[in-house]
Each structure stands twice: as structure tokens, then as C-alpha cells.
Design a binder for this molecule. Structure first.
Ligand code: GTP
Ligand code: MG
Length: 168
């Protein structure tokens, strides 16, 4: 038996949503990743703790002009990853708005992970780990620090989410 889950990636443009998805699905990273137009769909099959999963991953476009499309992708999603870039404070502020929108309009059971990406750029970090973690704690979200570039915590991000999702 295969367990299907719809998963959505949200966040400001250039935070690394596509890069995280591609790192996980294709085990690759490009420093020249192009901005997503509309949304991109990737599917991934994997077995985790003896459960066969088929993930339908919607990688949304962060540019403002695509914002109104987002509900199509987060509606019916069992999991949402909200990403910000630790080197761009404005993306952290924007990520808080995505959390509010998801809580208001997303599926009531949606599992949300709050993700601080680009931690390989520590020398340019503008949003501290503590600030991200505090916001996540206050909002009952799991918090991860990732790098799509090095791969740090990318598998963990997905696998810990799968642990929380229904197995039927
Ligand atoms: P939109 O599709 O416009 O919403 O952007 P996005 O969130 O999908 O960002 P994307 O994955 O296209 O990455 C934007 C830029 O950041 C690209 O040049 C990536 O190579 C770079 N990037 C993504 N993740 C990381 C990371 O963890 N570390 C570093 N150093 N660069 C990254
Ligand atoms: Mg993208």
C-alpha cells in the first residue's frame, strides 16, 4: 500500500524553495536556479520506516504577482514548508505572513515546518537561530535550519515531516 501526501513549499522569492526540493528529489544543487514561474510540481516515491510514500510536491513561485495562486497549492496539503533566507530579514517577516495565511485558510490538520535556509552563509546571517526558533515555538511549528547548497538537514526536514503525517 502506498500513502499519498500533497506537500507545499511557500516563502518569498529566492529563499531557496526550488533548491530545497531539487536537493531532496534529485540530489543536486545549482547556484543558478531560476525563479519559478507559477509553480513547479515534482513527485517522489520513498520508503521510510517500512511505509511506502508517494509525495506530490508543489514548489510555489515566491514572486508577489503569483501570491493569489498559492491557495490552489496549499489547499488539501497535509504538509507545508515555509521557508526564509537567514541572510534576508524581509524574507523572515514575509514567512510569518505565510504562517498566518496557512493557519487561517489551510487545511485544519496541516503540519507546518518553519525553515531557515542558506545557513551555509553564516557570515551574512541577519536572522539569528534564536529568533527563528522563538517564532516557531510561539506558533507551535517545528523549526529547521537548512542549506540546499550543502544539503544540511534537507533529508531530515522531509523525513521528520513524514513521521508526523498520517500513514493511511
Ligand atoms: P522563487 O522560485 O522565485 O520563489 O525562488 P526560490 O525560493 O525557489 O529560490 P531558488 O531555489 O530559485 O534559489 C534562489 C537562489 O538562492 C539561487 O541562486 C540558489 O542557488 C540560491 N540558494 C538556494 N538555496 C541556497 C542555500 O542553501 N545556500 C546558498 N548559498 N544559496 C542558495
Ligand atoms: Mg523557485
Amino acid at each position: 500500500m502506498t500513502v499519498n501526501h500533497k506537500i507545499v513549499f511557500l516563502g518569498e522569492s529566492s529563499v531557496g524553495k526550488s533548491s530545497l526540493v531539487i536537493r531532496f528529489v534529485k540530489r543536486k544543487f545549482s547556484p543558478y536556479q531560476e525563479p519559478t514561474i507559477g509553480a513547479a510540481f515534482l513527485s517522489k516515491k520513498l520508503t521510510h520506516n517500512n511505509v511506502h510514500f508517494k509525495l506530490q510536491i508543489w514548489d510555489t513561485a515566491g514572486q508577489e504577482r503569483y501570491h493569489s495562486l498559492a491557495p490552489m497549492y496549499y489547499r488539501g496539503s497535509s504538509a507545508a514548508f515555509v521557508i526564509y533566507d537567514v541572510t534576508q530579514k524581509v524574507t523572515f517577516e514575509k514567512s510569518k505572513k505565510w504562517i498566518d495565511e496557512l493557519k487561517k485558510l489551510g487545511d485544519p490538520n496541516v503540519q507546518i515546518a518553519f525553515v531557515a535556509n542558506k545557513i551555509d552563509l553564516a557570515e551574512n546571517q541577519k536572522v539569528s537561530r534564536e529568533i527563528g526558533q522563538n517564532f516557531a515555538d510561539e506558533n507551535g511549528l517545528t523549526f529547521f535550519e537548512t542549506s540546499a547548497k550543502t544539503g544540511k538537514n534537507v533529508d531530515k526536514l522531509f523525513l521528520q515531516m513524514l513521521d508526523k503525517l498520517p500513514k493511511n
